[in-house]
Design a protein around this ligand. Structure first.
Ligand code: NAG
Ligand code: NAG
Ligand code: NAG
Ligand code: NAG
Ligand code: NAG
Ligand code: NAG
Length: 304
């Protein structure tokens, strides 16, 4: 796996050098247009897609959480994940896309990604649409879980991601599958009992993180008891599409990011949700949310 990662890095380096060369030649002609929308070949877009997934896998993803400049995301990247919400900028996206799935020893829903298979792929200009089946080692539950992730990704002239839109296909089925496996493991007599078991585990984990990192001005709960009571009784567990709403599941997502920047992320695991774990948008507003600055429709067909 090391070898293939190195090969991927090497080919993406070549690709980036090539793209920079091309774009600097083109820039002389038409700077704004070229910077806004480079043209890649199909082969190049395939390599860019694979290089993203190679860096997503554990343990390569650990490297992406370190340092302060991304080799994957553009500084002002815009990202959206259907079951959570939108994420602006390189730093937040590295914490979220890579940091969230980089510690096999930490309690989490799906654990760490260890393999992927791209099963559908189409690409034009500077963007690609793909379906990828990612195998996660769900270490908390002791099982390997395949997860289908549909993505649209757009790259800049340096081969960095400027926009991505991701959908977790069959996520509801996945959550039910995980809960069902827990139920079997603990000999639960109902799915409510299994949800209760998972809630207890997640709440204890979030409260331990709060205790360790959210101190002083970042404190959200007066003590662990208040934290646990809120997470298990003051807020709903959450449906499968509510990982960016006022739920326990949303706080479980953000809990992983607290370690990187407590001043930013503590509020997200607190009672008021810090603007992330909040019920701020209706179904219709969510569907129509105009978020991306560049059109996903190639060849200038947008706007019809
Ligand atoms: C990319 O290709 C499209 C279609 O061939 C063309 O209209 C556009 O001008 C090209 N863009 C650049 C930056 O070369
Ligand atoms: C990035 O990290 C390096 C080394 O830790 C540091 O010297 C530099 O100031 C940081 N740059 C930014 C923009 O934070
Ligand atoms: C997208 O557009 C909005 C509104 O014009 C602007 O505030 C924001 O900085 C833009 N973001 C990017 C990444 O270009
Ligand atoms: C998925 O990819 C791996 C290599 O990364 C390969 O060994 C495996 O056979 C693939 N699985 C399927 C179902 O294509
Ligand atoms: C999954 O993680 C566990 C715990 O870290 C490890 O023992 C196991 O080998 C991993 N499985 C795979 C297939 O990587
Ligand atoms: C579940 O039931 C099996 C069979 O009765 C038993 O061996 C196992 O210890 C039980 N597990 C738990 C967590 O209670």
């Amino acid at each position: 796996m090391d070898m293939s990662f190195q090969r991927a890095s090497w080919s993406s380096l070549l690709l980036i050098a090539f793209a920079v060369l091309i774009s600097s030649v083109e820039c002389a002609r038409d700077p704004l247009k070229t910077l806004a929308k480079p043209n890649y070949t199909f082969d190049q877009l395939w390599e860019l897609e694979k290089s993203f997934w190679d860096s997503f896998l554990y343990p390569a993803n650990v490297k992406q959480t370190e340092g302060n400049a991304s080799s994957v995301f553009a500084t002002d990247v815009q990202g959206r994940v259907d079951i959570t919400r939108t994420f602006d900028g390189d730093e937040l996206n590295r914490e979220y896309i890579f940091g969230l799935f980089s510690d096999p020893a930490h309690v989490s829903l799906v654990g760490v990604p260890i393999a992927y298979n791209i099963t559908q792929f189409s690409a034009n200009d500077n963007l690609a649409s793909a379906t990828t089946i990612v195998t996660f080692n769900a270490t908390t539950f002791g099982m390997l879980v395949p997860v289908t992730i549909d993505t649209w990704i757009m790259w800049d002239a340096e081969g960095k991601i400027t926009q991505y839109d991701a959908v977790f296909r069959r996520f509801e089925y996945l959550v039910d599958y995980l809960i069902g496996s827990v139920a079997t493991k603990i000999n639960a007599t109902s799915s409510e009992q299994a949800v209760g078991y998972v809630s207890d585990l997640l709440a204890k984990t979030i409260c331990a993180t709060h205790e360790e990192y959210c101190t002083g001005a970042n404190e959200q709960y007066s003590d662990s008891k208040a934290c646990y009571e809120f997470l298990t009784g003051g807020v709903r567990f959450g449906k499968s599409y509510e990982l960016g709403r006022n739920t326990l599941l949303c706080r479980e997502v953000h809990e992983h990011m607290v370690q990187y920047r407590p001043d930013v992320h503590c509020a997200h695991i607190g009672p008021n949700g810090g603007g992330y774990c909040v019920d701020d948008m209706s179904y219709t507003e969510t569907v129509w949310q105009g978020y991306f600055n560049s059109s996903w429709i190639p060849f200038g067909f947008e706007g019809n």
